[in-house]
Ligand binder design. Structure first.
Ligand code: PEP
Ligand code: MN
Length: 334
């Protein structure tokens, strides 16, 4: 197998579910991708879930399972901590790396409490971006930990299943000393997107990847839809390693990612508009109303032309695009 050449690979299940699942996953990962990649094993013990009726994690009892992973495989291990008590327990158990999750990241007071607790007592602390698109808050959180130790990595997990690449670019620009890790699992939210995102990001200047892996994803107690098997991870890494060399400068690669993301939003919005047009068209038919209403068409265009000036677009650009969209909408309605 060809190697990812020095990238960090943080792998393991969303949550530790049983001692057997934790050890099975760690062994399978070591077998599938351990021969060439530098692995760190991850597993959540205290899971910050939206609903209290879902699996909340096994808590402290899972610390002993992570110790077993260290002993049996020699891998370093990592878990998420949300409170100073959890951080103390994890440190006392000899967990190598601690990370701050996206929900905790929304609260700078909590993050500061964690920074003051952990100080430089872990081998490293990783800070996920908050779920809201707030690069300044993420950068600030990283700096709170850097105050104590230089071993701080920034984990880019996207916002609401969008990449928000710009946040990662800003992190790299403002805190170049923090390693930048991509988490395609939470960024994409589904297994097929994990592969898509890793291939897309292969030419972006990330230092590594955090990927949720489970021996039986369909039976996982949390994030079942986005976990992949160790074998599937191996397949993705093989594809990545055989991608043609790309010597394009990092700045241009970031710009391309930003542009692709804007395009995705643009096309999603256009598709939504066309679907709405079809619904309106069907209703108009039942009412005997014509598809094109000239007065309404003129109103919409005038409103958009007034907006164009504030948006820094010329009237001609707006009019051309609007005519094309309108013509397609009428076709959909008819
Ligand atoms: C996780 O890594 O399992 C997790 C809960 O992630 P996030 O905080 O990014 O949602
Ligand atoms: Mn998860």
């Amino acid at each position: 197998m060809v190697s990812l050449s020095g990238h960090i690979l943080i792998v393991g299940p969303c949550a530790a579910e049983s001692e057997q699942q934790v050890l099975e996953t760690a062994r399978a990962l070591q077998e599938q991708v351990g021969e060439t990649e530098q692995l760190i094993f991850r597993a959540g013990l205290w899971k910050p879930r939206s609903s209290p009726d879902t699996f909340q994690g096994v808590g402290e009892q899972g610390l002993a399972w992570l110790r077993k992973v260290q002993e049996e495989t020699g891998l370093k291990v990592a878990t998420e901590v949300s409170t100073p008590e959890q951080a103390e327990a994890a440190l006392a158990a000899g967990i190598n790396y601690l990370w701050i999750g996206a929900r905790t990241a929304a609260n700078p007071i909590q993050v500061q409490l964690l920074a003051d607790t952990i100080r430089n007592r872990a081998e490293g602390v990783w800070v996920k971006n908050p779920v809201s698109e707030d690069a300044a808050l993420w950068i600030g959180n990283v700096q709170r930990f850097m105050h104590y130790s230089p071993q701080v990595w920034a984990i880019h997990r996207g916002c609401n299943h969008h990449p928000c690449w710009e946040m990662a670019q800003r992190m790299q620009e403002h805190v170049p000393e923090a390693k930048l890790i991509l988490d395609p699992s939470h960024m994409g939210g589904t297994a097929d997107k994990v592969e898509q995102l890793m291939l897309q990001a292969a030419h972006l200047p990330y230092d590594g990847y955090m990927v949720e892996t489970h021996p039986h994803p369909e039976a996982a107690l949390s994030d079942a839809q986005q976990q992949i098997t160790p074998q599937a991870l191996r397949n993705i890494l093989q594809q990545m390693a055989t991608l043609p060399q790309d010597t394009t400068k990092a700045t241009l690669q970031w710009y391309r990612a930003l542009m692709d993301e804007v395009d995705d939003r643009l096309w999603d919005t256009l598709a939504e508009r066309m679907q709405l047009s079809r619904r309106i068209g069907e209703w108009k038919k039942t009412q005997g109303i014509a598809a094109v209403q000239p007065k309404r068409k003129a109103e919409i265009l005038n409103r958009r032309l007034r907006w164009a000036e504030q948006a820094g677009l010329t009237a001609e650009t707006v009019q051309n695009i609007w005519e094309a969209i309108h013509a397609e909408s009428v076709r959909e309605q008819e």
